[in-house]
Design a protein around this ligand. Structure first.
Ligand SMILES: C=CC1=C(C)c2cc3[nH]c(cc4nc(cc5[nH]c(cc1n2)c(C)c5CCC(=O)O)C(CCC(=O)O)=C4C)c(C)c3C=C
Ligand SMILES: [Fe+2]
Length: 415
C-alpha cells in the first residue's frame, strides 16, 4: 500500500500514459494480496511479489492502442470474429462501442457493467490489455469498401504455408494479454458475450509467455525451442521506432493515424525433429548461442553479430542461412517489424507429437515494408524453416487508440 494513500493503480494510471505497463512492488486498494503485507509467509512464499503483479495497470485510452508496445504478458488470447448475417456498419459501431467500454473497465481492474461472472474478482488489472483490429473482409460487409486500406491486400502465398482457412483472417480481431490467466480468460469471455447478436467467434487461440518475476532479473523470454527470442526487436527508444511500427498522423487512410498493421501466424514447431539436433547444430540454425542469446561471433546478448567473421576452416561463423542473419533489416532493404508473440501448446497429436509453437504476432506501419519481404526471404532459405509449419495467418488493421469518451474505430465507423 502506498504511504500517501494514493493507490499504486492510480499512480500507474498517470505513468502508464506512455502505454507501457510498469512492474514494481507495493499494493493497491482493493487488491487482496496487498493487505497481507510483504515478506514471506510460513510456507516460504513471498507475498510482496504477488502483490506487485496484480496491481500493474495499462491505460486503455491513448494515442495508440495498448498491447502493442506493452511488455508481453504471461497469458494471451487471440480471437477473430465474423459479423453475423444482417449485421452491418451500425451493429459494428455499437459492438466496438461496447467492446471499448468493457476493455476500459477491465483494464482498470473494474468488473464489467451489469452481470459480471466474478472470474477475475479479487485480482487487480494484472497488466491486462485488449486490442482491436479490422480484417479485409470487414469493409465490404459494412459498406466501407472505400475506407479499406491498401495495406490489407492479401499476403502473398509462401511455399512453406500449410494454412487452415478456418483458422485464418476474419472480420474483426481481438488480442488479450494479462499477467494472470483468470484475468485474461475473464476478458475473453466478456468480449465474446458483448459480441452476441453482432459477431461470432471464427477462431480463437491461447498463448503464454514467461511470467514476470520468474527470473532473478528481467530477461528476454525464451520460446518453446529454448531460444532467447526477442533480442533484436526495435525499441521504443530507437529514433525510427514510430516510423516502423505506427501509421503517421498524416497517413492514408486518415482513420488509421496512430494505428498499426498486425500479422498473426500460428507457427507450429516440429519439436521432435528440433530436439534431436545437438546444441551446436541448433545454434547454427539461429546464429546465436542457446545459453544467453549472444551471437555465435561472441559477446553478450546485445553485441552486434560479426556477419563477415570466418572460422579456422574458412566458413562463416554465422552460417549464410542462419535465421538471425537473414531476418535482419540490413538483409531485407530495411524491412523491420516489432515481434510480440505468445507461445502456444494445444496437447499432442495421435502420434504423440506436441501441437505447440509460436503465435507469431508482429506489428508494423506497413506489412509490405515489414513482414512480407522478411517472410519471402525466410521462405527461400531459412535454416529454421524445416522445423516450422505455418498453420494459419491473419492480417488486420489496428486503429489508433481511443481518446476519453471515444471508442476504438470511431473515426472509421462514424467518419
Ligand atoms: C517474417 C518474420 C519472422 C518470422 C515468421 C519468424 C519466426 C520465428 N523466429 C524464431 C526465433 C528467432 N527469431 C529471431 C530473430 C528474428 N526473427 C525475425 C523475423 C521472423 N521470425 C526477425 C526480424 C528477427 C530479428 C533479426 C535481427 O534484426 O537481428 C531470433 C534471434 C533473437 C532475436 O533477435 O529475437 C530467434 C531465436 C522462431 C522460433 C520463429 C517461428 C516459430
Ligand atoms: Fe525469428
Amino acid at each position: 500500500m502506498a504511504d500517501n494513500g494514493i493507490s499504486r493503480r492510480r499512480l500507474l494510471g498517470t505513468a502508464g500514459a506512455t502505454g507501457l505497463a510498469l512492474g514494481a512492488g507495493g499494493g493497491a486498494v482493493g487488491y487482496a494480496a496487498a493487505s497481507s503485507g510483504s515478506g514471506s509467509s510460513s510456507d516460504g512464499v513471498s507475498k510482496a511479489a504477488l502483490a506487485s503483479l496484480g496491481t500493474d495497470e495499462v491505460m486503455f485510452h491513448g494515442k495508440h492502442q495498448a498491447g502493442i508496445t506493452t511488455p508481453t504478458q504471461a497469458s494471451g488470447h487471440l480471437a477473430a470474429f465474423d459479423l453475423t448475417a444482417g449485421a452491418g456498419r451500425k451493429e459494428a459501431a455499437a459492438l466496438l462501442r461496447r467492446w471499448s467500454a468493457t476493455a476500459a473497465r477491465l483494464m482498470a481492474g473494474e468488473p464489467v457493467a451489469g452481470d459480471d461472472t466474478s472470474v477475475a474478482r479479487d485480482a487487480g488489472p494484472s497488466s491486462l490489455t485488449v486490442t482491436f483490429g479490422f480484417g479485409a473482409s470487414f469493409f465490404a460487409r459494412t459498406g466501407l469498401a472505400k475506407q479499406r486500406p491498401d495495406a490489407l491486400d492479401p499476403l502473398p502465398d509462401f511455399s512453406s504455408d500449410r494454412l487452415d482457412k478456418a483458422r485464418s483472417n476474419g472480420d474483426l480481431w481481438v488480442q488479450i494479454g494479462a499477467n494472470d490467466s483468470l484475468v485474461a480468460f475473464h476478458a475473453l469471455r466478456a468480449i465474446q458475450r458483448d459480441a452476441a447478436g453482432a459477431a461470432r467467434v471464427r477462431w480463437q487461440m491461447n498463448g503464454f509467455n514467461r511470467s514476470p518475476g520468474a527470473t532473478a532479473h528481467p530477461m528476454t523470454t525464451r520460446n518453446l525451442m529454448g531460444q532467447v527470442d526477442g533480442t533484436n526487436n526495435p525499441k521504443p527508444s530507437d529514433k525510427d521506432f514510430d516510423e516502423r511500427v505506427f501509421v503517421p498522423a498524416d497517413g492514408d487512410p486518415a482513420w488509421m493515424a496512430g494505428g498499426s498493421y498486425v500479422v498473426v501466424r500460428r507457427i507450429r514447431m516440429l519439436l521432435d525433429s528440433w530436439e534431436k539436433l545437438g546444441r551446436k547444430d541448433q545454434e547454427a540454425v539461429i546464429g546465436r548461442h542457446k545459453s544467453d542469446g549472444s551471437p555465435l561471433t561472441g559477446g553478450t546478448e546485445t553485441t552486434e553479430p560479426d556477419l563477415e567473421k570466418t572460422g579456422a576452416d574458412g566458413t562463416l561463423v554465422i552460417p549464410v542461412n542462419a535465421h538471425a542473419r537473414i531476418s535482419r533489416p540490413d538483409q531485407n532493404g530495411g524491412a523491420a517489424m516489432l515481434r510480440r508473440p505468445f507461445s502456444y501448446h494445444d496437447g499432442f497429436d495421435g502420434k504423440g507429437a506436441p501441437d505447440a509453437g509460436l503465435l507469431f504476432v508482429c506489428w508494423q506501419a506497413d506489412p509490405v515494408r515489414g513482414f512480407v519481404p522478411v517472410q519471402r526471404k525466410l521462405d527461400r532459405g531459412d535454416a529454421l524453416s524445416e522445423f516450422l509449419r505455418h498453420e494459419s495467418s491473419g492480417l488486420f488493421a489496428v486503429p489508433g487508440g481511443a481518446a476519453k469518451g471515444e471508442y476504438v474505430g470511431q473515426r472509421l465507423l462514424e467518419g
